[in-house]
Design a protein around this ligand. Structure first.
Ligand code: ZN
Length: 67
């Protein structure tokens, strides 16, 4: 398993992030990309964790695709 996406600690759970607008993420129209991520318990219950996750995932995707 990967470390916690937000703090790098050993992960306690795995989540799946599904972008609402796949086209904005470089996916073909109509094709939904689900992105798997790992989280630790303390980050999972943190207020705003979902927003932070989205930004981190988006950043990694853009880097991976060289945009
Ligand atoms: Zn964490």
């Amino acid at each position: 398993m990967n470390p916690c996406l937000l703090c790098g600690a050993p992960p306690d759970l795995i989540g799946v992030f599904v972008p609402i607008d796949p086209g904005a993420w470089g996916a073909a129209a109509g094709k939904v990309r689900a992105i798997r991520y790992c989280l630790c318990d303390s980050c999972a219950v943190e207020p705003g964790a979902a927003d932070r996750l989205e930004k981190v995932i988006e950043h990694e995707l853009l880097q991976a695709e060289g945009v």
